[in-house]
Design a protein around this ligand. Structure first.
Ligand code: FAD
Length: 518
């Protein structure tokens, strides 16, 4: 017999399998010995009361065992001598497309401008310590894409629950902790992601797929209205039946290339603002009503959203116990983002706090046509850089000073390794963004007492929240609306936002390629 039950327990109880078995037995009114296995279906935290509780949904197997699980890896076979498809980009969209192609019996040939995860680390160190930005290897470019040295949050707004579970299952089969299958807010962490990404590459190569690093796609080979292949590093020609373009939201040269070749692109809404950093202890206190937090509870997170003057203002990519990182992809820009380690044990809680930007808001950049949002984004990143000392030091202001439009005389402690300096961000940001953020902070402070504080810094500028450009594709065939065999995929194409949704999109595109291209 199988019973599904719900338990409410203390954070300490939730960590102890024996205690859970006993509680499950008591709930089912059976002896512990009668239980063959307890499977967790969902784990979440209810922090509404003074004593936060962990809610568990469990499947209890009584006198029987669970059926064996099917595995994604067991569905793969050799593709070395099969027809090939080019995948541009080794981010979540590109790698999950490659895996899905193998499943369909097609050989993926992946090109990425950056380096493998391990070698890429050295370039990140150069950014952090010496402000040296390699335009092909940084926090956005290189194996695993922008998702590698990220927070590794795996939540998505996607409604495709079944497929989401499949993505998480594939991650588990490549070394992720099985907890991600049932946690309400699954998370991997930057220290664990590289091994998982390496394992995914090993799977691709094991079955005959190819992965080429330091291989930047510099041109597309077109024949009438169809793509025939790509040019790598301005010299080598590679042809294939189809090209999946999964180059992410920061590959500006790809957007310029498409525009230069007359391939249709569209300006897309996105969001810009700042990253805000509070002491983690303060957020814990706000969410869990306790100080210090119960050691069995994870670092607390938050989500905020409001509307100010017809535009959404919202928290984005909140990283509890994390670090703010320099995420520029070219020298001469300042861009910040956030990440965390698996333990989420830093003293800081950072989150993007951004304002929605519609294409009509970029009217100053109208002359750039469909690239106007991208130009607006680029302009702000460069303008912010030009106010600094030429390094990756980021401008910052105490939250209370930002709202009061006042320069900070000193700043709160910060996690950002290149360093921060006091600057009037309320003036440096475009007025429609700064003013909406100021109003939103006051509102959030009223809703969540303690959130609006001088103990937090705002750090500029958070501009790479999503792609400012869409590469339009046909709804059914997933091919570009005008160019046959060109398959835009993932976040850069404007069809995903985040690791899981990019992976889902990569899979969907690969399935479409398998149906159409041969
Ligand atoms: C610091 C940081 C933290 C983040 N944290 C999270 C998080 O916790 N959770 C979450 O869901 N999302 C997070 N994100 C966002 C997430 O990483 C992206 O949404 C996701 O990686 C998009 O996947 P993608 O495959 O579409 O593109 P990308 O991951 O951007 O991958 C694109 C790839 O294409 C390659 N490329 C670009 N141009 C070329 C070219 N011309 N030739 C060859 N290769 C090229 C790049 O090197 C890159 O590897 C974070 C992003 C950053 C930067």
């Amino acid at each position: 017999m199988i019973k599904e039950i719900e338990l409410k327990c203390t954070p300490a109880q939730a960590q102890n399998d024996q205690v859970i078995q006993q509680m499950a037995a008591a709930t089912c009114r059976i002896a512990v010995e009668d239980i063959n296995q307890v499977q967790t279906l969902r784990r979440s935290i209810d922090a509404r009361s003074k004593e936060p509780k962990v809610l568990l949904r469990l499947k209890v197997f009584i006198g029987e065992n669970p059926a064996p699980q099917s595995s994604f890896l067991s569905e793969l076979g050799p593709v070395t001598h099969e027809k090939s498809v080019i995948v541009v980009g080794a981010g979540p969209a590109g790698y999950f497309a490659a895996l899905e192609l193998i499943k369909a019996g097609i050989k993926p040939v992946v090109f990425d401008r950056g380096k493998d995860v391990q070698t890429r680390r050295r370039d990140l160190r150069l950014i952090q310590q010496f402000s040296l930005i390699n335009p092909d290897s940084n926090y956005c470019f290189g194996e695993g894409g922008a998702g590698t040295y990220s927070d590794g949050k795996l939540y998505t707004g996607s409604k495709k629950r079944g497929p989401v579970k499949d993505i998480l299952q594939i991650l588990v089969e490549h070394g992720a902790h099985p907890d991600i299958l049932f946690d309400a807010y699954p998370h991997i962490g930057s220290n664990r992601l590289p091994q998982i990404i390496t394992a995914i590459r090993e799977t691709i190569e094991k079955w005959g797929g190819e992965v080429h690093f330091e291989s930047k796609i510099t041109d597309l080979i077109l024949e009438q209205n169809s793509v025939r292949g790509v040019i790598v590093n301005k010299e080598t020609e590679h042809t294939a039946s189809a090209v999946i373009l999964a180059t992410g939201h920061s590959a500006r040269d790809i957007f310029y290339l498409l525009q230069d070749k007359g391939i249709r692109i569209e300006a897309k809404p996105f969001a810009m603002g700042i990253r805000i950093e509070h002491p983690q202890e303060l957020i814990d206190q706000l969410q869990y009503h306790q100080k210090p937090r119960d050691p069995y509870l994870p670092a607390a997170s938050y989500k905020m959203v409001t509307q100010v003057a017809n535009r959404g203002v919202f928290s984005f990519c909140m990283c509890p116990g994390g670090l703010i990182v320099p995420a520029a992809t070219a020298p001469g820009e300042i861009v910040v983002n956030g990440m965390s380690m698996a333990k989420r044990d830093s003293k800081f809680a950072n989150s993007g706090m951004v304002v929605a930007v519609e294409p009509e808001d970029a009217r100053e950049f109208q002359q750039h046509g469909e690239l106007r949002c991208l130009r607006y984004q680029e302009h702000l990143e460069k303008a912010i850089f030009s106010r600094g000392d030429g390094s990756q030091k980021a401008p910052a202001q105490r939250m209370s000073d930002f709202v009061a439009s006042k320069l900070s005389t000193d700043l709160a402690p910060a996690s950002y390794i290149p360093g921060i300096y006091s600057a009037p961000l309320h003036e440096m940001l475009p007025a429609p963004i700064a003013q909406r953020l100021q109003s939103a902070f006051e509102e959030f402070g009223k809703k969540y007492r303690g959130y609006f504080t001088s103990e937090a810094n705002v750090v500029g500028v958070e501009s790479r929240t999503s792609s400012p450009v869409r590469i339009p594709r046909d709804r059914d065939s997933y091919q570009h609306v005008d160019i046959a065999n060109l398959y835009p995929a993932g976040e850069g194409a404007g069809y995903a936002g985040g690791i899981v949704s990019a992976a889902l999109d990569g899979q969907a595109v690969a399935r479409a390629v398998a149906m159409n291209a041969f």
